[in-house]
Each structure stands twice: as structure tokens, then as C-alpha cells.
Write a protein that binds this ligand. Structure first.
Ligand SMILES: C[S@@+](CC[C@H](N)C(=O)[O-])C[C@H]1O[C@@H](n2cnc3c(N)ncnc32)[C@H](O)[C@@H]1O
Length: 215
């Protein structure tokens, strides 16, 4: 319950995503902490007809974009209010399902396989990776991709308590090299961690990590 409360506190501080982005699109995928910045959904490979799972789907804006591109999408978030908001805004779209659950519980219970799993500043950053990555790997279809983003490590002891609003949440910061090693030992191949530089006038970059299940 403490974790749910923490993420509900965080949710109350958030402002809804804009109706349109700088290009005038009504849906889009944003891997970074900055609007109109960073790579798009092509990081995930082909999407039409593919099954996609988002861990920590928030208000569903990223997943809604993938649904409009023909993917069959499932979003899981621990905060009940996030699901309510996601359903209210995106419930009209086909191929989009949202669950309220801790992602560890969801991954343990589901027997579904996914072609792509993504997590944007989500539970991959907030769950002990040695335990979490093998659970994700089990739910990836052969050739499937895992992609996740978060801020690069800011130094200091690991793990660290994070997020002013969320309090009580633990974050596992890893360097690109540490992620590559962790992913390899969890059964992933071709792990790659890229630093996306911040837009002009900002200082904090974004780490974007991808890895695959053997085909
Ligand atoms: C920083 S927000 C990012 C939300 C969304 N991915 C986005 O980019 O807008 C992190 C989200 O992960 C969810 N979350 C954190 N830990 C979780 C867990 N263990 N299980 C499920 N959801 C979790 C939070 O409720 C929150 O909605």
C-alpha cells in the first residue's frame, strides 16, 4: 500500500499531456523527460499486429500512440487513478487495455507473450533489476524487444530513495555498462544503452536502453 500511496501522491502533482505536440499530432511516444525531443516509436521496430506491454503506463499517452499504429497494447500501472485517467482519455481506441497492478505481480501471473515491452521512467527503474529483468525476459516472444528510458545515474550509493512527491520509492540507477551486463545475465542479447543529449538549454540527458530475446 505504501508504494501505491507514493505513486498516487506523484500522480496528483502531474499535469495532463497536451492535446497536440509541436508537429500537431494528437498521439506520440516520448522516451525523454522533455517535450518534442528524442527518438520515436521506431526504437520498438514494426508495430502493426504486434503485442506490446508497457510497464508503468501512467495515463496511457505513449501506449495510445502505439495502438493507433496497429499494435495490440496492454498497460500496467500500480496507481488506480492512472488507469482511470488512461481509460477516460483513450478508452475509445481499439487494441488498448489498462490494468491496475504492481508490474512484478502482473509479470508473475500473466502467461501472455509480448513482441515489445517498454517502460518510460517506469518500473524498470524502480524495481530491483536482478529480480525484475528475468521476469520481463520470460514474457518476451522470440525476437521481442525490451526498451526503457530513465535519467542517467547521478552518482551516490545504490539504490537511492527518489522522487520528492513519491517518497518511499527506490530507484536503481545503472550506468550503460551495468545495464548491458545485467541484461546479458538475465537472458537478453544485443543490449545497447544510448545517451540522448538534452535539448538546448537543459543539462540532464536521458538513458535509452534496448535489448532483445533471441529469435
Ligand atoms: C514517472 S511515471 C512515468 C509514467 C509514464 N511511463 C510516462 O512516461 O508518462 C512512473 C509510472 O510508473 C508507475 N509505477 C511505478 N512503480 C510501479 C510498479 N511497481 N508497478 C506498476 N506501476 C508502477 C507509476 O504509478 C507511474 O505512473
Amino acid at each position: 500500500m505504501e508504494l501505491v500511496d507514493a505513486w498516487e501522491r506523484y500522480a496528483r502533482e502531474r499535469t495532463p499531456r497536451r492535446k497536440t505536440n509541436a508537429r500537431g499530432a494528437t498521439t506520440w511516444l516520448n522516451w525523454t523527460q522533455y517535450p518534442d525531443h528524442g527518438p520515436d516509436e521506431s526504437v520498438l521496430g514494426p508495430l502493426r499486429g504486434r503485442t506490446v506491454l508497457e510497464l508503468g503506463s501512467g495515463t496511457g499517452c505513449n501506449l495510445a500512440h502505439l495502438a493507433t499504429l496497429g499494435a495490440d497494447c496492454v498497460g500496467v500501472d500500480i496507481a488506480p487513478s492512472r488507469r482511470e485517467k488512461a481509460v477516460a482519455r483513450w478508452g475509445h481506441l481499439p487494441g488498448l487495455t489498462f490494468h491496475t497492478a504492481d508490474t512484478t505481480d502482473y509479470l508473475v501471473r500473466t502467461d501472455a507473450l509480448f513482441d515489445a515491452v517498454l517502460s518510460i521512467f517506469g518500473p524498470v527503474w524502480f524495481t530491483e533489476p536482478e529480480q525484475f529483468l528475468p521476469l520481463i525476459r520470460k514474457r518476451l516472444a522470440p525476437g521481442g524487444v525490451l526498451a526503457f528510458s530513465h535519467k542517467p545515474p547521478q552518482g551516490g550509493a545504490q539504490p537511492v530513495t527518489t522522487l520528492r512527491e513519491a517518497r518511499a520509492v527506490t530507484r536503481w540507477d545503472r550506468t550503460p555498462e551495468e545495464w548491458a551486463a545485467l541484461l546479458a545475465s538475465s537472458g537478453f542479447s544485443q543490449a545497447k544503452a544510448d545517451i540522448i543529449p538534452p535539448p538546448e538549454g537543459h543539462h540532464t540527458a536521458t538513458l535509452l536502453v534496448t535489448a532483445y530475446a533471441e529469435a
